[in-house]
Design a protein around this ligand. Structure first.
Ligand SMILES: NC(=O)c1ccc[n+]([C@@H]2O[C@H](COP(=O)([O-])OP(=O)(O)OC[C@H]3O[C@@H](n4cnc5c(N)ncnc54)[C@H](O)[C@@H]3O)[C@@H](O)[C@H]2O)c1
Length: 310
C-alpha cells in the first residue's frame, strides 16, 4: 500500500515508517521538520510542508491508499493555555484533511487519538472504549472532536477510518528533552548525570507501551476492514499500569550509571491513574503488546547512550 504519514518525522511517525517498510509498504512522510535523530531513510519519500497549508496537504494525499494522521500542534499539559489555537490548528485543519481524503478516495485514515486524555477522570480501571468521555484538557477535547468528525465523514461520505486511542508510548527516537514522555526524560537525565525530578510521591500510574508494539498496532489498524457493526475505535496500550516509582526502579536495574531521584511538591492537576483495557484491540486487530517494561526500557537506554544529547 502507499502510506502517507502526516507528522512522519517525529517519534511515533518514524517508528511507524520502519514498521510499514518492513512489511513492504511504500511510505511518504509529510512533516514541517526533518527527523531529529536519524538521517533520511532512502526508502522513505519526504515531503516538507505545514499541516495548516491545505494545498500542500492535498497534494501529499493525492494517490495514497492509507493516511496516518499524527501531526498535532498541542500537548495535554499545555493545551488549556490556548484552546482556540488548539481547535484552529488541529480540528479545523483535520477537517480540511478529511475533505482531501474524500476527494482522493483514500482507502483508510488512521487517526492517533489519546487514551490518556479522552476519558478524563476514570470511573473504573482498566478503561474500556465504552467508558464515558469527559476530557479535562483541551487536547483531549480536540482529539475527541476529530474522532467524531471521522465518524461523521464515514457516515456521510463512506470515508473509512480507524481511531487508535494510544496510551503512553516510549522507546527509541523519543525526545528526552520534550515536555512529555517520562521514560525518555528520566533516561535522558540519568545519561547526563542529572537527577530524575518527580513532582508528587511518584505513585501516579500510567499505561506505558513500547513504541514498536504501538507501531505494529497502527499497522494492524490500517489493515483492519470492519463491517458495519464492528468497532472503529481502539484503545492501544499495554493494558497494565506502572507508577513513576516503578519506572525509576526499572531504570535502576538497566542503567549502568547512578540514578538519583528528587521529589518535589505535586503540581499536577492530572488524573492519578490511567490504564487502558485493550481486549477490543486484541480481538479485532489480532494484536497484543510483546515487549515488557524492563526490556523496553533497556532498549531505550541502549539507544539513548548512542545519541548526542546536546
Ligand atoms: N507521544 C505520546 O505520548 C502520545 C500519546 C498519545 C497520542 N499521541 C499522538 O501521536 C501523534 C504523534 O506524536 P509524537 O509523540 O510522535 O510527536 P512528535 O512531536 O515526536 O511528532 C510529531 C510530528 O508532527 C510534526 N508536526 C506537528 N505539527 C505539524 C504541522 N502543523 N505541520 C507539519 N508537521 C507537523 C512535527 O514536526 C513532528 O515531527 C500526535 O498526534 C500525538 O498527539 C502521542
Amino acid at each position: 500500500m502507499k502510506a502517507l504519514i502526516i507528522g512522519g518525522n517525529g517519534f511515533i511517525g518514524t517508528n511507524l515508517a520502519d514498521a510499514l517498510i518492513a512489511e513492504g509498504h511504500k511510505v511518504t512522510s509529510f512533516d514541517r521538520y526533518p527527523g531529529r535523530y536519524r538521517k533520511p531513510d532512502p526508502k522513505v519519500t519526504y515531503l516538507y510542508g505545514d499541516f495548516a497549508n491545505h494545498g500542500e496537504v492535498d497534494e501529499a494525499v493525492k494517490g495514497m491508499d492509507w493516511i496516518f494522521h499524527l501531526a498535532y500542534t498541542t500537548l495535554p499539559a499545555t493545551s488549556n493555555e490556548d484552546p482556540q489555537f488548539d481547535v484552529r490548528s488541529n480540528v479545523i485543519d483535520s477537517l480540511q484533511l478529511l475533505q482531501s481524503c474524500c476527494q482522493h478516495r483514500i482507502k483508510k485514515v488512521v487517526f492517533i487519538s489519546s487514551g490518556g486524555t479522552v476519558y478524563g477522570v476514570p470511573q473504573s480501571l482498566p478503561i474500556a472504549e465504552q467508558h464515558p468521555t469527559e476530557p479535562i484538557c483541551s487536547y483531549g477535547i480536540t482529539k475527541l472532536a476529530i474522532e467524531k468528525y471521522l465518524h461523521l465523514y464515514y457516515r456521510l461520505y463512506n470515508l473509512d477510518y480507524i481511531v487508535a486511542r494510544l496510551s503512553n508510548p516510549y522507546g527509541e527516537l523519543q525526545n528526552p528533552g520534550a515536555k512529555q514522555g517520562a521514560v525518555a526524560v528520566f533516561l535522558g537525565n540519568v545519561r547526563q548525570g542529572k537527577p530524575i525530578n518527580i513532582w508528587g510521591d511518584g505513585e501516579v500510574v500510567r499505561d506505558y507501551l513500547y513504541i514498536q508494539d504501538a507501531a505494529r498496532a497502527l499497522l494492524r489498524a490500517a489493515e483492519y476492514c470492519p463491517s458495519e457493526d464492528e468497532p472503529r475505535v481502539f484503545n492501544i496500550g499495554k493494558g497494565q499500569g506502572f507508577s513513576l516509582n516503578e519506572i525509576v526502579n526499572c531504570i535502576r536495574s538497566v542503567a549502568d550509571q547512578p540514578v538519583d531521584v528528587k521529589y518535589h511538591p505535586s503540581r499536577s492537576a492530572d488524573v492519578s491513574a490511567n490504564v487502558l483495557d485493550i481486549s477490543r484491540a486484541k480481538q479485532y486487530l489480532s494484536w497484543q503488546p510483546e515487549v515488557g517494561l524492563e526490556e523496553g526500557i533497556k532498549k531505550t537506554w541502549e539507544w539513548l547512550k548512542q545519541i548526542n544529547l546536546n
